[in-house]
Each structure stands twice: as structure tokens, then as C-alpha cells.
Design a binder for this molecule. Structure first.
Ligand SMILES: [Zn+2]
Length: 349
């Protein structure tokens, strides 16, 4: 992707990354709630399982394994109880993005979790759309939605998510996803739901190969007609799959720290991102559930730069991958690509 180090030290590269205009394609709505927001929600809606003080929250967000992560995640989901919670959460997430120079994000939203908890569906849609418009106007962050099926909730959740996406389709909705555990949740059973969403013009972006092998990624491609893959961590175990992803320009949404936190990889140095890039796969860098994993997008770019041996030009190329692989409006794509080039040019000057 680039030649290693041409005079920029790691400190310099951090500053370059901080100022770099960025797009993020794999980041979850509730999973982006910072400890401060979670503490606010927990204070509004007391839940003995969730601590309210930020230090205790940091401890609470230390995961034993993927199942434990899902358990903690759902306890935070349970704190989002009314439309005002939804609006506040969404806008505050955009504020954290603006601070990192994230200019465009496809936020994965799980409407089923909220409507099941009694938030009226129309009020939910209005809350996210209101936050989206405010974030763009006031913070300069363009948001789009990916509605995802919570895999652990089964086919009833799939049916409901599809209905919400297709019948209530908010203006910012661009894609349809599938998250939650992969073990015991085979992808092909969701085919009819993805078929309906795709027929409505939504893009298919399921999680696959995060905690299971390459077959899950093949299933996502063949049954769910995936246009991008969430994670795809196990792809390098199958050279034919890597070749297929590279040839068909199917991007992977790579989230290094998330993979470490959920024990999908044993260590960052073992992360297969290097093999993905070497095989010519279009790799994008993302933060997944950043405060829960004690990270943010800038940190993920720093990690990627270290693992891939990138200099500023290489990092800029990685940032452009995310723009290219996005479902952003053409004008947003063009202006972001130009801004990335300008940032690199002023850096190199
Ligand atoms: Zn995810």
C-alpha cells in the first residue's frame, strides 16, 4: 500500500492521522456510546448492572470473551429507552466523530432493539433523522444508516428489521446488515430478508468471518449477496476467498482493536490485515464499538499504519479506500477524496 517511513516519525504520523479527513464504514450506534453518555443514560434509567461512574464503566467494559461482550453490549442497549435517548446518543456520537475529523460515517443501527423495548417506530426514525440533519448542519459530519439484524434474536428480528427498513425507510438509510454472534447463527437463513432489502435498493453489508471461518464469508457472499464484509477476519485462511474478494473488489471492514477485545485474534501483531493487503483486497479501517473497546478511529489508523508499515501517503491511501468503498453521495465522495489529497499535499510540502 505504501513504502514504510519516509522521514515521518510515529509522533508525526499521529498528528497526520488526527488531521486527516476520514470516513468510517463499520461503527455501531449504541456501541459508540462513550462512558460519559452511558453514565448519563444509566443515571436517567437506573440499571443495577451498569455502573454510573466513568472509572467503574471502564472496568465494566473489559471483556472476557465474545459472549461476554454481547452481554455487556445488550445491557447498554437496555438503557436507550425513549426517542430523546436515541436522539441524544446519535448526536453525541457524531460529536465524538467530528473531534476526530470523521467527516462521513455509516452508522450501524439496530432498530429492532429499540422498538422491542417500546420506543414507537416512527419516533425512533424521527430521532435518528433529526440527529443526522443536525450533525451535518452543525458538526459537518455526514451520517448514513445501516439497519442490521441482531443475529442472536433470530428470524423474528430479521422479519421486523426488514419491515422497518423497507416500510419506514428513513432518508439516511443506505444499507442492510447482520450482526451479533456467528456461531450457531448460519448466514443463509437470512437470505429472504436480504433479498427483500436489496430489492428495495439497500446495499448488503453483513458481518461475517469475525468469530467463524471463511465458509461464513462465502455464505455472506453467495446467500446474502454481500457488497462489503463486516470484519472478514478469517478470510486469509482461504486463499481462494482472498483472491475472490480482491478480484471482485469486495472491501473488508477491518476493526483491529475490536478483534483483539473479542479474542477473534490473539494479538494485534497476529492480525491478518497484512495478508489481506498483500493479496490485493480493498481494506478499510474501522473502530466497531470504540468506547467499549477503549479505542477510536484515529487509534485504529495508527495501529494499521504500524502493522502495514505505512507512511503518511500510505495512510492517506487507506483513508481513501474507506471513501471509495462507502455508499456516500458522489459529491461527498469527491470532496472527501480531494480533502484527503490536500491534507497529504500540505503535509508533504
Ligand atoms: Zn460490528
Amino acid at each position: 500500500m505504501s513504502n514504510p517511513g519516509t522521514g515521518t516519525g510515529p509522533g508525526d504520523l499521529s498528528a497526520f492521522i488526527a488531521g486527516l479527513p476520514k470516513a468510517e464504514l463499520h461503527v455501531h450506534h449504541v456501541g459508540s456510546a462513550s462512558p460519559r453518555i452511558v453514565a448519563e443514560l444509566a443515571a436517567r434509567h437506573p440499571n443495577p448492572a451498569v455502573p454510573t461512574d466513568p472509572d467503574a464503566l471502564a472496568e465494566y467494559f473489559t471483556f472476557r470473551d465474545f459472549a461476554h461482550f454481547i452481554e455487556v453490549y445488550l445491557s447498554v442497549v437496555d438503557l436507550v429507552r425513549d426517542a430523546e435517548d436515541v436522539r441524544l446518543l446519535t448526536y453525541e456520537v457524531a460529536r465524538d466523530m467530528a473531534r476526530q475529523n470523521i467527516r462521513y460515517a455509516e452508522l450501524t443501527v439496530t432498530p429492532y432493539s429499540s422498538t422491542q423495548r417500546g420506543i414507537p417506530e416512527a419516533a425512533f426514525m424521527e430521532a435518528i433523522e433529526d440527529a443526522r440533519r443536525a450533525a451535518e448542519a452543525e458538526l459537518g459530519v455526514v451520517l448514513r444508516w445501516c439497519f442490521d439484524i441482531p443475529g442472536e434474536a433470530g428470524l423474528e428480528a430479521a422479519e421486523e428489521t426488514t419491515r422497518l427498513a423497507c416500510e419506514l425507510r428513513p432518508e439516511g438509510l443506505v444499507s442492510f446488515g447482520l450482526g451479533g454472534p456467528e456461531v450457531g447463527v448460519p448466514r443463509p437463513q437470512f437470505k429472504p430478508y436480504f433479498d427483500r432489502a436489496i430489492a428495495e435498493g439497500l446495499h448488503s453489508v453483513p458481518h461475517a468471518g469475525e468469530t467463524t471461518g471463511p465458509q461464513t464469508i462465502w455464505d455472506a457472499l453467495t446467500s446474502l449477496r454481500a457488497e462489503r464484509i463486516g470484519h472478514g477476519t478469517s478470510a486469509p485462511r482461504d486463499p481462494k476467498l482472498l483472491e475472490h474478494l480482491a478480484e471482485h473488489r469486495i472491501p473488508l471492514e477491518v476493526c483491529p482493536t475490536s478483534n483483539l477485545a473479542t479474542r477473534a485474534v490473539a494479538s494485534l501483531d497476529d492480525h491478518p490485515v497484512t495478508e489481506m493487503v498483500k493479496a490485493g483486497v480493498l481494506v478499510t479501517i474501522n473502530s466497531d464499538d470504540p468506547p467499549m473497546f477503549g479505542t477510536d478511529l484515529c487509534t485504529e489508523y495508527e495501529i494499521a499504519a504500524r502493522l502495514l508499515g505505512l507512511d503518511a501517503a500510505g495512510v492517506a491511501a487507506l483513508a481513501k479506500n474507506a471513501v471509495t468503498a462507502s455508499f456516500a453521495p458522489d459529491a461527498v465522495k469527491a470532496s472527501l477524496l480531494a480533502e484527503i489529497d490536500a491534507h497529504l499535499a500540505s503535509w508533504s510540502a
